[in-house]
Design a protein around this ligand. Sequence first.
Ligand code: SF4
Ligand code: SF4
Length: 61
Amino acid sequence: MYVKVRIDEEKCTGCKICIFACPDPNVLSYTEDKKISADDNRCKGCGLCVSICPKDALTIS
Ligand code: SF4
Ligand code: SF4
């Protein structure tokens, strides 16, 4: 299954909650410009990050 994680940078505040929520510590990371980036190849598509983001900034497809 190929999963694409999309982060809406307009909505994201960089709170990092999604990083701690993800069961795999290697999928989501915090970038130098205080945003979130995702390694789509590692994402399992569980949806935890999407449901926990307080800003609705994440979508998976
Ligand atoms: S939980 Fe949402 S707002 Fe917080 S860092 Fe992740 S994507 Fe951004
Ligand atoms: S969908 Fe699940 S595995 Fe993928 S980034 Fe979000 S929490 Fe991590």
